[in-house]
Design a binder for this molecule. Structure first.
Ligand code: NAG
Ligand code: NAG
Ligand code: NAG
Length: 417
């Protein structure tokens, strides 16, 4: 199968990265996770998906449901699963008895051969602005946690919920990151619960949206992890050469400002579409290859963000497959690393192109990366993050180039919806 050709490249990549940058054993190098969305009618059977997942070196998968076919197929593979309960489950699951019943048949039944380690409750609930949905979120999480404890599984399975980046009211500079004021109260209660339970805070972050909204003002190389001057956070002096890291650190700052500095943060979705509608600037195979390929390289280097340099990045690319039944603009159906027939949506490894965009060399070995590799990505199933960064119109005046002006321009970025 086509993906077999990709395997040598990824092994080489891991070896190079491991020996060049990572003092710890190669096997522990942070691996990429992938969102396995299935809003499609033409996807391969889960058994045929196993080699694809391995071909890109992914060791973690995230489902938007608890598809028994997938959970059965991946038994014994060692792949770690995050499974999901959709927003329409919250009312039911807040009932402790229903939570227990659901856990028994959707989690306990597969353990330990299928390694389920995390349950996401709802998706981007808070940014729906639906008060009854929001009101059900924490009780549903609590019921599941209680049921896990009852089954003795609470030390191996955690409960969390993914948020859109639009939970932020301020995202630039990263040190000023702050949550929407109207969400501070419900979020604080959820964060207290998560701090006690020890579960990670999840955020879906798409620099693509920022670029698409302002292609003339947002530097493409800054969002694609390619070489660029970057920006400096004026209050910390920290240098950012890619937008994803700036977004992640904005979330770290927002968490800290609510008193949850130590909560683990994972990126539950990020990615780049290889195709879009005519007005979706930037949705090309070339940009998707750069975004996901560079992201994988950065992950392999195992460095954190400027604000948390030693924090392991834990990222789930969206998505494994192009999903032909997703509604919305064409980009929504084209986030996949793979086409439904199992062939790569684009070649992930660059032909020796510069991928050192975050200030670190992509490879010190001097050998150009082979070109047959496959992609790595991220996707969203029922909804996608609506939050993105956009530059306010007031800064149109400062669009000349050069580092200083770029800093000034980006300092005026603010979060829109
Ligand atoms: C939700 O509310 C916020 C704050 O009032 C607003 O900015 C945002 O556009 C709303 N989102 C939706 C999806 O209605
Ligand atoms: C956060 O973590 C640091 C280092 O592990 C620890 O010293 C500190 O007490 C923690 N803070 C809180 C609020 O838990
Ligand atoms: C990548 O390498 C292949 C094989 O060497 C070559 O045919 C192709 O033109 C190259 N593509 C680019 C963009 O350099």
């Amino acid at each position: 199968m086509a993906s077999d050709r990709c395997l040598p490249y990824f092994m080489l990549l891991i070896l190079i990265s491991g020996f060049t940058f990572v003092p710890t054993p190669v096997a522990s190098s942070s691996s990429i996770g992938i969102n396995y969305g299935q809003i499609a009618n033409n996807l391969p059977s889960p058994d045929d998906v196993i080699p694809l997942v391995k071909s890109v070196g992914a060791t973690r998968l995230k489902l938007y449901d608890a598809d028994p076919r997938v959970l059965r197929a991946f038994a014994g593979t060692g792949v770690e699963f995050t499974i999901g309960l959709g927003n329409d489950y919250l009312t039911r699951i807040r009932d402790p008895n229903q939570a227990l019943t659901w856990l028994k048949s959707n989690v306990q039944a597969y353990l330990p051969s299928t390694k389920i380690t995390c349950i996401t409750v709802g998706n981007e609930v808070l940014t729906f602005n639906d008060t009854s949905l929001t009101a059900n979120l924490l009780p549903a999480m609590q019921s599941l946690q209680g049921a896990l404890a009852k089954l003795g599984l609470d030390d191996q399975v955690t409960v969390t919920t993914p948020h859109s980046l639009a939970v932020l009211e301020t995202s630039y500079p990263p040190s000023s990151g702050a949550f929407r004021r109207d969400l501070a109260a419900p979020l604080t209660e959820i964060l207290k619960f998560q701090a006690r339970a020890g579960s990670p805070f999840l955020i879906n972050a798409y620099p693509f949206f920022a670029y698409k909204a302002n292609p003339r003002q947002v530097p493409l190389n800054f969002v694609l992890f390619e070489s660029n001057p970057g920006v400096v956070d004026p209050s910390t002096g920290l240098h950012y050469d890619n937008m994803l890291f700036a977004q992640i650190d904005a979330v770290h700052s927002a968490l800290a400002s609510l008193g949850f500095r130590n909560l683990t943060l994972h990126i539950s979705e990020t990615g780049w579409p290889s195709k879009g509608d005519a007005n979706e600037v930037g949705a090309t195979p070339e940009n998707a290859r750069k975004y996901n390929g560079n992201l994988m390289k950065i992950m392999a280097q195992k460095n954190g963000t400027p604000l948390r340099p030693s924090g392991d990045l834990n990222v789930y690319v969206f998505a494994l497959f192009n999903e032909n039944l997703k509604p919305g603009p064409a980009s929504e159906r084209n986030y996949g690393l793979f086409k439904p027939d199992g062939t790569p949506a684009y070649a992930l490894a660059p032909n020796g192109s510069d991928a050192g965009g975050n200030g670190r060399p992509a490879s010190k070995s001097g050998s150009p990366p082979p070109e047959t590799a496959t992609p790595t990505p991220a996707s969203t199933s029922t909804s996608s993050s609506t939050g993105y960064l956009a530059i306010s119109s007031g800064v149109e005046r400062c669009h000349h180039n050069g580092r200083t002006l770029l800093v000034l321009c980006l300092a005026a970025i603010k979060l829109l919806f």
